[in-house]
Each structure stands twice: as C-alpha cells, then as structure tokens.
Design a protein around this ligand. Sequence first.
Ligand SMILES: *Cc1c(COP(=O)(O)O)cnc(C)c1O
Length: 367
Amino acid sequence: MPVTLTDPTRAAHALICHGALRHNVQRLRTLAPKANIMAVIKANAYGHGMLDVAKTLALAGVDAFAVARTDGAIELRQAGITHRIAVLQGFFNEDELKAHAALGLEPVIHSAWQVDLLERIHPPVPIRIWLKVDTGMHRLGLLPEEFEGILQRLKACRSIEQPIPLMSHLANADALEDSFTQSQLSLFEDIHLTHPEEASVANSAGILGWDQAVREWIRPGISIYGVSPFPKRSAIDEGLQPVMTLRTRLISIKEVKAGTPVGYGGDWICPQPTRLGVAAIGYGDGYPRLARAGTPVLINHQKAALIGRVSMDMITLDLTPLKDSKVGDLVTLWGDELPVETIADAAGTIPYDLLCGVTRRVKFIDT
Ligand SMILES: *Cc1c(COP(=O)(O)O)cnc(C)c1O
C-alpha cells in the first residue's frame, strides 16, 4: 500500500490566491488603461508557480508574458500557452535561436553578438524581436551610440518582423525622489524619436510611480503578485492584494525560565519566563535565515515574535503573550495579514528575494 499524507497544511505550505492575481491585473488595467500588459513570470512566477499563474493570468486577459530564459518559455508553450512570450535575456546560442523561431518566442535583443547570429542563421519564419536600449541600468541593452547602427542591420534582416518594438529597463524607479529615472526616461525619449514604434519601459515601480514610463506595453512583475515595489508604500496603499500566504504549524510549546538560551549559538537568552514555541519552517523552506529577533509572525491571526536563529527546518517563537496558543495552531509567516514587505525589511532584503526563495519542499495550494 502506498503511504500518503493527507493534510498538505501540516507543515510549510503556500496558499496561492488566484482571485488576488485577477484583482491585481484589473488594478493594473485601471492604472494604465491604454497599455498592453506583458506579465512578468520569470523565476517560476516570482516563486508562485509559473504554469498555474500563467493560466490564470491568460484568463484574466493579459496580452503577453515575459520570462527570463528560453527554458521557461518552452515550458509555457508545452503547457499550451499560445500568448506572445518575450524572453528577456534573448537567446544564448544558435540552438536557442532555433527554438525561438520554432515556438514563436520573442527574444529581447540586447547585444551585437545576437545580431551577428540572426544574420548568420536566418530563421525560416520571420521572428518578432524586442530591441533593448540601455538608458542607464547598465546591465543588458545597446548603448545609445550603438543603437542606430544595430537598428539598421536589424531592419535589413529579412528574418525579422518589422517594425521592431523598443524596450528599456529602469534602474531606480522605486526611489520616487530620485531624478535618475527622469534622466533615463528622457534618454529613452530621444532614442524613441528616431524610431517611433511600440515601446515598453515600465516595470511595476514605473507603472505605479512614473506616468511617463507607461508606453504601449507595461511589464509588471512584483505588483501582479500583490506586493509594492516601493520601500515605504504597502500593497494596500497601491490597491494590490497579496497572492502568496506562507504558513506552517506549531509543533512544540514549552515554558522555560528566564536566562534560557534558545537555538543555535544560544544567541537569544530569554529575558523572562517564556512560553517558547517551535514552528515547522526554516531556511530550508525559504524563510530568511537572517530574519532578526522580533520579526513578526501570526499565530491564528495574533502577532508573536521570532526569537533565536532561524534553523533549516524550524523557527523559535516567543508565545508568552499568547496563553491559548497550542500545538497544531496555524502560523503565518507572510501574506494576507502580514505583508512580505515587513518580513523582507526585518531580514535585510527585498520581497522579490523572499518570494523567489520559497523552496520545493513547500506544498503549494491554489485557492
Ligand atoms: C523583472 C523585470 C520586470 C518586472 O519588474 P517588477 O519590478 O517585478 O515589476 C520588468 N522588466 C524586466 C526587464 C525585468 O527584468
């Protein structure tokens, strides 16, 4: 007889709220009613599960998807997704270029070597590309001085669909007071004037914070998952609903004396008699190891504090104020009632990092 465990919520699990995904798409539509939405679902949809997320977003009416790498796009096609798919890093080699052509993928062209390859390979059916210009991020994209030359070569390339749309990426749009975004936008404007075709500039922070960044195509990532891109504004302020709620259960509670050291290194010494709880989640599930003592968790909707070091499979909690807490209670690490923004801040990182970092051991439950 195969042995199966019937309760997926007995240990670390992530609830994925598809209603929240639909709500967030609707919210982005309201914010940019004229723009097409290219939903960014790289890194397994920011850790939410790419295929299920893509299916819901397709039904919610997004216009295209963006993934980082070719393998993600192949997986989408194999799952029957027929939407346009941009591959943000483009193809890495000849093999991938052929896959792009065969599957109707849309590589982002960011470097001259990719143009060499396109001229050499000539895919049998013209492929749609996005041409990326580097306006200040200085990661991928053509430098403004290379732009005209490369554009002319691409225009002459019979295997490329014309006209060619433009793309650029903002480096600091989450800092609303920083003038750098303005300078990126005006540099983009200058280049765009020489090739006035469809364009895409705005990530989530661009959509929510910079009107001028909204062009024909917007590229929301984090906002689709119901998280604010801004350090000082919450998802609720932006009218977004968190999609992922990460939970587990209490597996042990004991009363210890003042002066008791807790966890590896004995870093935490109980300052008073303490009701000490243990929850079944750790950095092996993607809970941040560097979360500080005092980081909030919820026990049945009531706040408690993390104490001691995060271990691989467990965390320790101060349940002193929660006299009624008991083994088996649900523990929420982040989500609906506890913003992942707060936890990221307490761990010295960003919400993107926490969401992508949820590991395979965690059970995903679509709701
Ligand atoms: C990740 C990414 C996005 C989405 O960014 P968010 O901040 O998550 O909205 C958009 N464009 C590019 C090129 C990206 O790499």
